[in-house]
Write a protein that binds this ligand. Structure first.
Ligand code: ZN
Ligand code: ZN
Length: 189
């Protein structure tokens, strides 16, 4: 078969980077979900130091918006999209905390395991539950990076979850509408 018969277009690449003490296994699980659910190539990098200016000295939390700006300016990989993974508490100014943050159609998403590592009652979930939550957040933020907005369907990953209980009730699923938008975004990256 001649080579030009296989219009083997390269899939867009997503780079998942663990920062600080974040376990590399979490980055690998997220990369596997991104390549499995979104049909994109995903790689992980070794962990990197947290950008020092991300720490807000008064709140003692890390500013997710500043992290995203810093990483977009650093242009550290040639990836189409970058998922930055943290184990410290992230916030954006209007909220007490965020599980993850990404600009619509942006290049970098920031995600934190910090709030995923406790149940609403204060007890600790098993590590596979934490990884499952992190993968759901990552797919949600990837949706934003691929131009999706929030979705009203509670069974869709683009539904806004502000508690881990909400997140646990959300299946690994994009609704038909969001799936169509994802296909459109990925058809012309
Ligand atoms: Zn969102
Ligand atoms: Zn949806």
């Amino acid at each position: 078969m001649p080579d030009d018969d296989r219009v083997d277009r390269k899939k867009p690449l997503v780079t998942v980077i663990p920062f600080g003490q974040t376990p590399v296994i979490a980055a690998k699980v997220i990369a596997a979900h991104i390549s499995g659910y979104l049909n994109m190539d995903a790689e992980t990098l070794p962990s990197m130091p947290i950008p020092p200016d991300a720490l807000d000295g008064e709140r003692l939390q890390y500013n997710a918006a500043r992290i995203i700006e810093t990483l977009e300016a650093a242009d550290m990989t040639n990836a189409f999209k970058i998922v930055a993974l943290f184990d410290v508490d992230l916030f954006i100014p209007l909220f007490t905390h965020v599980f993850g943050e990404a600009r619509q159609n942006g290049r970098v998403a920031a995600i934190s395991l910090y709030r995923l590592s406790i149940h609403a009652d204060g007890s600790c979930p098993p590590s596979d539950r934490i990884l499952e939550r992190a993968a759901k957040i990552a797919l949600h933020e990837m949706g934003h990076l691929l131009n999706l907005l929030h979705c009203a369907d509670p069974l869709c990953l683009m539904n806004f979850s502000d508690t881990v209980d909400n997140l646990d009730q959300t299946p690994f699923n994009f609704c038909r509408y969001c799936r169509r938008s994802l296909h459109r975004a990925l058809a012309s990256p």
